[in-house]
Write a protein that binds this ligand. Structure first.
Ligand code: NAG
Ligand code: NAG
Ligand code: NAG
Length: 234
């Protein structure tokens, strides 16, 4: 009786793992993951965080990755979900012996803190049976974007504002000072001939002036007139 019980126990021990493996043929796949764009593996708020899951198919059959889903969880209790991440659909076949990188991008808007990140990979075998493997399961640090990016954004804002103000300033200048400048030019045009007469154009104008003004006055008067005109202008 004891022998029979021992044999039965041994049989049970031998059969049970076989039975489990027969009912659930665990796919021979290896998954690793990392954040290629984030050297410290931090999750940055307000930005696209790209986790890349490397799926190695070491099995004798091919698989097709169908869904990647993720949750941010309490780092002290991974069953407590803090945030659900948007699940992404794929239709990525991974043949025998192949390793394929699958990107999983997600956004985070959560107070900076340490949280657990669990990313699950659903994949189908050739019979359409769904399997699930853990793509990533570790604690990550949620951080706000670095201040330098805020500075760059502020700088950009200043440049844009400066451009807008500059544009408005130009329009105002065109509307008001542009007109005033024209007025000044007109005023100059009125005054210029008399100044010119006192200077360079003197020789040419003398021909006309001689007909009705005595020579002595013509030569002296421009010299005297120019200071008067300058005073009037000022
Ligand atoms: C972990 O969280 C789950 C769900 O919120 C809760 O039922 C369980 O008691 C927690 N475990 C510990 C150790 O805090
Ligand atoms: C996450 O999703 C599960 C089911 O999809 C839901 O039960 C749970 O309330 C969600 N948790 C949060 C924090 O949104
Ligand atoms: C993730 O890791 C934690 C321990 O770090 C473990 O309790 C949990 O079961 C793991 N989750 C999955 C889906 O493997």
């Amino acid at each position: 009786m004891v022998k029979f019980a021992l044999v039965a126990a041994l049989l049970a021990l031998l059969v049970s793992p076989l039975a489990v493996s027969a009912s659930l043929p665990a796919p021979n796949v290896e998954l690793t993951a990392g954040f290629p764009d984030s050297p410290f593996g931090n999750v940055v708020n307000g930005q696209r965080n790209k986790l890349v899951v490397s799926f190695s198919n070491k099995d004798t059959v091919s698989y097709t990755v169908s869904i990647l889903s993720g949750v941010l969880v309490n780092p002290n209790n991974f069953t407590q979900i803090v945030r659900n991440l948007t699940a992404l659909r794929y239709d990525t076949p991974i043949g025998t012996g192949e390793t394929v990188d699958i990107p999983f991008s997600f956004h985070s808007e959560i107070a900076p803190q340490d949280l657990g990140l669990v990313v699950l990979v659903d994949f189908l075998d050739t019979n359409g049976n769904s399997h699930r493997a853990v793509g990533f399961n570790s604690t990550v640090t949620i951080v706000d974007p670095p201040t330098s990016i805020f500075d760059l954004q502020l700088l950009f804002l200043y440049v844009v504002l400066a451009g807008v103000l500059g544009g408005i300033g130009y329009l105002i200048q065109q509307a008001f000072f542009g007109g005033a400048a024209k007025g000044k030019k007109k005023a100059k045009k009125v005054v210029e001939p008399s100044i010119g007469a006192a200077g360079a154009v003197d020789e040419k104008t003398t021909a006309y002036d001689e007909s009705w003004i005595p020579d002595g006055h013509i030569k002296k008067s421009p010299v005297r007139q120019s200071p008067r005109l300058r005073n009037k202008k000022q």
